[in-house]
Design a protein around this ligand. Structure first.
Ligand SMILES: [Ca+2]
Ligand SMILES: [Ca+2]
Length: 293
């Protein structure tokens, strides 16, 4: 009996250690917020929750059913604003996060697509989940698709002047190249994109094009279908909106045929690059997925 008791204590300690190390890993994945377009650094593999695939509304996604069952939730990844809970029949379910951490810091605030300030990203995703599940706490049907427009408190955006807009593609190209170079310095690019970065360093004509192609591939991940949806623009749009008031209008102009998707040639055109110098050079998705996980 005593032996069983000790074994149980060990099991609990082990599980606690496992779950806390997982939390540390997840925390590391959160992106630093860029200070400005020139100084911004966005890590290639670091995606926000919004950017990750969201689990189906009612049930969880079983990642690998070969792992021996300890806690059914250990194998389940829930979408943003959801947590895994084992139901009465022992099945893992993704439920809306019951309580978001109380945030007092104003830098945690986010501005929604309804131009409303929320206390944190957790609060906004929780609300979306509640509406998705038809919960009484849902504030209205419009919140079913609520999302983060940008980080920080909602504010009146200055108008992007014609001169600012005219200069924006150049600044954006510079910014993309600088991020790519920075990731290469930190050895955070895959060999495939590292080769493109080296070519960009040594060949001035490839400098902007390679950086533009790399960023396009980086954004086109969910799903990788050779076009970047509005949803896939999130990692570039949300962190920069509060700092660069031209980013929104700029990204809108990129979708020149207004079909809500940006193709590589539309991307090249709005960055004012020669279309014929741009070709699809994205790494196979199987490799990219390994990198994200
Ligand atoms: Ca895509
Ligand atoms: Ca388009």
């Amino acid at each position: 009996m005593k032996l069983l008791h000790i074994s149980l204590v060990f099991l609990v300690v082990f599980l606690l250690a496992e779950s806390s190390s997982e939390k540390v890993t997840k925390r590391k994945k959160y992106r630093r917020r860029p200070a400005s377009i020139e100084a911004a650094e966005i890590k290639n593999e670091e995606k926000s929750e919004e950017d990750m695939p969201v689990a189906p509304p009612s049930d969880g996604e079983v990642i690998d059913n070969r792992v021996p069952l300890v806690d059914p939730c250990m194998q389940v990844r829930c979408g943003a604003g959801r947590v895994c809970q084992v139901d009465d029949s022992g099945e893992p379910q993704c439920i809306c996060i019951p309580k978001c951490p109380v945030e007092t810091e104003s830098r945690r605030k986010v501005c929604s697509n309804h131009n409303e300030t929320w206390s944190s990203d957790c609060a906004i995703y929780q609300q979306r989940c509640l509406c998705d599940k038809g919960d009484g706490e849902c504030k209205g049907p419009q919140y079913k698709h609520v999302h983060i427009e940008y980080y920080g408190q909602c504010r009146e955006m200055p108008h992007c002047s014609q001169e600012e807009m005219a200069d924006f593609p150049r600044r954006m190209r510079d910014w993309l190249f600088n991020i790519m170079r920075d990731l290469a310095d930190r050895q955070e690019l895959t060999p495939h994109y590292l080769n493109m970065e080296r070519e960009a360093e040594s060949n001035m004509t490839r400098r902007w094009t390679n950086a533009a192609i790399w960023k396009f591939c980086d954004l086109d991940g969910h799903p990788p279908d050779r076009s970047v949806s509005r949803h896939e623009l999130f990692p570039i749009r949300a962190p920069l909106m509060a700092l660069e008031h031209c980013i929104g209008p700029f990204l809108n102009t990129c979708d020149s045929d207004n079909n809500h998707r940006i193709t590589l040639s539309e991307w090249a055109k709005c960055l004012q690059l020669e279309e014929e110098e741009i070709e699809h050079q994205c790494e196979e998705i199987a490799d990219a997925e390994v990198e994200i996980e």
